[in-house]
Design a protein around this ligand. Structure first.
Ligand code: HEC
Ligand code: HEC
Ligand code: HEC
Ligand code: HEC
Ligand code: HEC
Ligand code: HEC
Length: 494
């Protein structure tokens, strides 16, 4: 016996039925997967992606279809004149109706409970390093690899890229949707452009773990450089970095982190996209009176200043690569030779290392094979030292150079220092002057004092009073005037 049409439920139609099947499928599969994840934790980002994005999408799609079906059905009935606009009369004293009502309430509560758990876990999943670093594997590989080998390897991507609070969380997810789209349709840039313009201000990210008042005194920096000659001749420089910092209100901030003291504001205008050329700097100190330093001979006009973007200096203007460091072949080889991962007894290993690392390769696989082949040909009798050298140099390549994403040290200059990028010398090259003729210092001793330097890996006689820099190669007094990065680029100066 069929019910009269107008008494039948609005969801009795093909579209809604399909929706119900989809929703039920999504619900059961989702609940099962969430349970499995809670017990055994998924490592694979794709399983997470399926559980927390695809399955909920199916569930939501199903619910939407049920609704659409009902609306279409209602319209159809209205057109046929069979629609009765009365709301259903519920009588809970009737056993059948009571049972249906109870079932609906229990299902709804269960659904809400699982959605809350699922939503919470979905939130954690999309904040995880696995999700950020591994889902779009090829795109994020350079940043993820560098991150894993950095001092921040345990910090988590979102600590720097999203930070606390709901507003940035929402912004990041909306931005993330665009990123998923551009990855799926292969529309992303290679390499990903830096600087990142919508990066959250450092005060709201870095400051959750570091703050300027906590820096003081000096830290030690010791580096050994190996020449690209027959003997891989070493030269060591040991110095104290005057990191300074301190509390502006107590004893006045000093040293390198003085820039970040609460009573100091430094603004600048960059002439290029990468912020490598800084012709204009405005300092407002404790007295509140601003003073402008400009590159002598290249002063900006008032119109140019008015039209330019003025950026306030923060941590990122020096630490732009706190975690995604792509080292130059020179630096990476020096580090490996210093630690012994690479045997400096192999003749010309520095030169050969530079040669294989700077080859033109289309893919990482091709590069790793070429490194193996070229080094094997160069040291046919080296035995174990050769095996070690191949493995060390392949590791250097895989950590620092990413041909598929066109990423290497060249495209991502690090602003810390001044040897192969302008870095501090963007402002501290001794050519930025204010109207009174005061110059932003280029005095080597204002930032660090050299306590030992010379040939060999171990420099024994330490002079804490500070030494004058001795350039390892005789270039007269050139280092006093010329910027270091005019000659040094990350590979030996020829
Ligand atoms: C210690 C803080 C920090 C952490 C942790 C961190 N990043 Fe970054 N990341 C930065 C900064 C700062 C920049 C901006 C560099 C610039 O503007 O020049 C950046 C830039 C990027 C870029 C743009 C390309 C580039 O290299 O400049 C990508 C992509 C990126 N990060 C992905 C990630 C991923 C994925 C993770 C986690 C695996 C992560 N980041 C963890 C600080 C961090
Ligand atoms: C989640 C906490 C956290 C956040 C956020 C964070 N850091 Fe760190 N940072 C650390 C830890 C932990 C270390 C390692 C400390 C150590 O080695 O003593 C570190 C080390 C460093 C170092 C020293 C690196 C070295 O070679 O020893 C620098 C520089 C640094 N952080 C800069 C930044 C900057 C810039 C930001 C913001 C973009 C930032 N950090 C955000 C936790 C954090
Ligand atoms: C003017 C450039 C500059 C600014 C701005 C700056 N730093 Fe540094 N920071 C340095 C230099 C240079 C060093 C020493 C690095 C080295 O030895 O390689 C350093 C060292 C550090 C270290 C390691 C210190 C230690 O004692 O081991 C941390 C952490 C750090 N900075 C975090 C920050 C944070 C967070 C900010 C923003 C509040 C910031 N820095 C702003 C230049 C800067
Ligand atoms: C955007 C421009 C700019 C950049 C980049 C910059 N500085 Fe500075 N720095 C200044 C200005 C301006 C002063 C103040 C000059 C003055 O008052 O005569 C200053 C002063 C200093 C001082 C002296 C602080 C004191 O004790 O009074 C040190 C040390 C210093 N900077 C280190 C660095 C280091 C290290 C870097 C690179 C990691 C760097 N700066 C990058 C603009 C800059
Ligand atoms: C404005 C601050 C500042 C001034 C001025 C400065 N330096 Fe440096 N220098 C740095 C910083 C910061 C580093 C650390 C780089 C790093 O941690 O990789 C550095 C690193 C170095 C290194 C090691 C280079 C490397 O990348 O391995 C040498 C050598 C050096 N400085 C020599 C000099 C000499 C010589 C002068 C004077 C002409 C000078 N510096 C002036 C800030 C400065
Ligand atoms: C006129 C070019 C020129 C300038 C400017 C210059 N250098 Fe050099 N530098 C060289 C040459 C040439 C060598 C020896 C060849 C080589 O090994 O790369 C060298 C070697 C070095 C080495 C030994 C390690 C190495 O790479 O072999 C250090 C350290 C160094 N320079 C630091 C600096 C610093 C710091 C500055 C800036 C204050 C500077 N140089 C400015 C030309 C220059």
């Amino acid at each position: 016996m069929t019910q009269p049409l107008e008494r039948r439920n609005l969801t009795h139609n093909l579209i809604s039925l399909l929706g119900m099947v989809m929703a039920a499928f999504g619900f059961i599969v989702g609940a099962t997967l969430i349970y499995v994840d809670m017990q055994h934790h998924f490592d694979n980002p794709y399983t997470g992606l399926f559980t927390y994005l695809v399955v909920p999408a199916i569930l939501a799609g199903g619910l939407l279809l049920i609704l659409i079906g009902a609306i279409v059905e209602k319209k159809r009935r209205a057109r046929q004149g069979t629609e009765t606009s009365r709301l259903p009369v519920i009588n809970l004293n009737e056993t059948r109706q009571f049972r249906v009502f109870l079932a609906v309430v229990v299902t709804t509560l269960l659904f809400i409970a699982i959605s809350v758990v699922g939503g919470y876990r979905a939130y954690h999943f999309t904040e995880s390093v696995e999700f950020c670093g591994k889902t779009c594997h090829s795109v994020m590989k350079p940043e993820y690899t560098a991150y894993q080998n950095s001092p921040h390897a345990n910090a988590g991507c979102t600590k720097c890229h999203i930070g606390p609070g709901a507003d940035f969380f929402v912004k990041a997810k909306i931005n993330g949707l665009y990123q998923v789209y551009s990855t799926m349709f292969n529309k992303y840039n290679r390499p990903i452009p830096a600087p990142v313009h919508n990066l959250r201000p450092a005060k709201e990210t870095c400051y959750t773990c570091h703050w300027p008042e906590k820096f003081f005194g000096a830290t030690e920096l010791k580096r050994t450089y190996f020449r690209a000659d027959e003997e891989n001749s070493p030269w060591t420089i040991q110095m104290l970095m005057n990191v300074g910092g301190g509390n502006a209100s107590k004893n006045g901030a000093k040293g390198i982190h003085w820039h970040m003291a609460s009573d100091v504001k430094i603004e600048y205008i960059a002439a290029d996209e990468k912020r490598l050329e800084i012709p204009w700097v405005r300092l407002t100190g404790a007295d509140g009176v601003p003073t402008v330093f400009q590159t002598a001979g290249e002063e900006l006009t008032d119109e140019q200043v008015a039209a330019a973007e003025i950026r306030t200096m923060d941590c990122i203007d020096c630490h732009n690569r706190p975690t995604h460091q792509f080292h130059s072949p020179e630096r990476a080889l020096n580090d490996a030779l210093t630690s012994g991962e690479l045997d400096s007894a192999l003749p010309e290993i520095k030169l050969n290392g530079i040669d294989v690392l700077t080859g033109e390769y289309e893919t990482e696989g091709e590069a790793l094979r070429a490194i193996d082949a070229k080094l094997t040909a160069a040291y046919p009798d080296a035995g174990e030292a050769l095996e070690k050298a191949i493995s060390a140099i392949q590791t250097i390549y895989a950590r620092n150079i990413f041909p598929e994403m066109k990423v290497s040290w060249e495209g991502y200059p690090d602003h810390i220092g001044h040897m192969i990028t302008p870095g501090c010398f963007r402002c501290h090259n001794g050519d930025h002057e204010n109207e009174q003729g005061r110059v932003i210092t280029r005095d080597c001793a204002s930032c660090h004092s050299i306590i030992a330097q010379g040939p060999g890996v171990d420099v024994t006689s330490v002079n804490t009073g500070g030494l004058e820099f001795k350039h390892p190669e005789d270039i007269d007094e050139e280092w006093k005037e010329t910027r270091c990065d005019d000659c040094h680029t990350g590979v030996p100066v020829m």
